[in-house]
Structures are given as C-alpha cells and as structure tokens.
Ligand binder design. Structure first.
Ligand code: SAM
Length: 256
C-alpha cells in the first residue's frame, strides 16, 4: 500500500505537470493571437483605419459603417450580378431567364457616383472586371481624403480620377459601366443622360429607408427604381432584405 507521503508527492507532481501543460497551452494561444493580430495590422483596411484615427477621427464611424455587414453584402451582391466580360453572351444573372448581355469593350472605363470612401467597392470590382480607368464622384472632401489613402494602400493597376458633384460635370463622354450605390442620396442620374455617348451598362442601388434625413430619393420597390432611372434593357433586378430596410438593385442599359 502507498504511504500517504508518497501519495502527496505524486499529487504534487501531477499538479506541477498540469500547471506546466496549461502554461504551454496559454502561451501557444497567446502566440497564435499575436500572429493573427500582426497579420490584421498589415491589411490595408486596418492601415486606413489607423490613418483615420490619427488624422480624421470624426470620419471613423462612417468608415466603419462603410465596411459593415449591410454595406459589404450590398457591394458583393452588385459585383456578383454584374456581367463579367465583353461581347454579347448569354448568362443567367437574373433568377428566371437567361439574358443576352456584355460590355462593348474588354477593358472597362467606369464611373462610380457617390462613391463615399471607395472601399470596399473598388477592391471587389477589381476581382471580377478588367478595369481600364475609373472616374470617381464624391462631393464630400473628407471622404476624398480617405479614398486617397485607400488608393495608396491598394495600388491598383488602373487610374482613378476623382471628381466632386456628379451633376456638375457637363462633358460628353463614352463609358462602359456607370455605378451608383448611393442613389437614395441624390437626384436621378437620368438628368445627366445626354452627357453619355453609346449605351453604357448601368448598375444602381437604392433603398426604402425613408426615415434617414440624407435619403432624399428612396424608392418603394425595384420597379420604381427601374422607371425612375429609365432602364429599358433590364439585365438583372432584385432586392435584399436587411433588418431596417430593403435594398433594391437594377443592372441594365438606358436603351434597347
Ligand atoms: C453615405 S454614402 C453611401 C451610401 C450608399 N448606401 C453606399 O453604400 O454607397 C453617400 C455618398 O454620396 C455622396 N453624394 C451625394 N450626392 C452626390 C453627388 N451629387 N455627387 C457626388 N457624390 C454625392 C455623399 O457625399 C456621400 O458620401
């Protein structure tokens, strides 16, 4: 039979082993977390956030909102449904029937209207489209400063020209794709139709979140969005439900 003192020694050893084992586990856990943190700190989105905290902290909440679940999901939805290439081809991007679609060029000239900070939309578009150039419209100067950070950190292989108010650029131009994810914040872009040559692809989102003061042009449903924006050739139309509102999207062309 084991003496009590021997039993105590054994239990003490067991105790030490258990402490040692958990110490190693905790240290491993800390190391793993630190490695993940280091990788996060290297990501452009984190670096931009750091810049905002140091230089323009009043924009932090808005920047974080631009990357929130609702905003990110809406941008991913648009990029998923956009046609991917040039030449007319048949694809099912709508829920029902195949449609003939396509851009006229393989390398695309885009306009992004009311682009906010540009992120994450430009990054997402770049994963799908072959972009030649973007004309980016944002009338808020503080947003443009953050866009500059975004462009510096991402170093895209295409040029982005930055403009102010979309409705003030009265210059005739030819574009392949016009994107407006901020339609609820401004007048209908059809006002500017005469400044676009050809038949560009148009991708527009709006919502029915009428309660927000800045939302001066909400719609009740996707068909209202189509009519207001005079989209004649509809490639895709749909809606996405969020907790407080529904977002609507149409992709198509102004002319048949
Ligand atoms: C709050 S943000 C974007 C919200 C939208 N849900 C999105 O995710 O893109 C709307 C932006 O549109 C910009 N904006 C509104 N009217 C504009 C105009 N006429 N030209 C350029 N930018 C405009 C505002 O300055 C603002 O930064």
């Amino acid at each position: 039979m084991q003496s009590s003192i021997k039993k105590l020694k054994n239990l003490e050893n067991n105790f030490k082993n258990v402490v040692q084992k958990h110490r190693e586990t905790v240290q491993g856990f800390r190391d793993d977390l630190n490695n993940i943190k280091k990788e996060i700190n290297q990501l452009p989105y984190h670096k931009i956030e750091q810049w905002i905290m140091n230089n323009q902290s009043e924009s932090l909440e808005s920047y974080q909102d631009s990357l929130s679940h609702g905003q990110l999901t809406s941008k991913e939805w648009m990029v998923e449904k956009l046609p991917k290439g040039n030449d007319m081809y048949i694809e099912i991007i709508a829920d029902n029937a195949p449609v003939v679609l396509g851009y006229s060029e393989s390398s695309l000239y885009l306009e992004i209207i009311g682009g906010w900070f540009g992120c994450p939309l430009i990054d997402l578009l770049n994963t799908k489209l072959n972009i030649k150039k973007i004309d980016f419209y944002e009338k808020d100067e503080s947003c443009k400063k953050i866009l500059t950070q975004y462009l510096n950190h991402f170093n895209f292989n295409f040029e982005v020209s930055v403009f102010g108010d979309f409705f003030e650029r009265k210059e005739l131009r030819r574009r392949d794709l016009i994107i407006n994810t901020s339609s609820e914040h401004m007048r209908d872009i059809t006002e500017m139709k005469e400044y676009f040559k050809g038949n560009p692809a148009i991708a527009i989102q709006s919502n029915n979140y009428f309660e927000i003061d800045d939302h001066i042009n909400c719609v009740n449903d996707v068909d209202e969005l189509i009519i207001k924006n005079q989209i004649k050739n509809v490639w895709y139309k749909g809606s996405l439900e969020f907790e407080k509102y529904t977002r609507f999207m149409v992709i198509g062309q102004w002319y048949d």
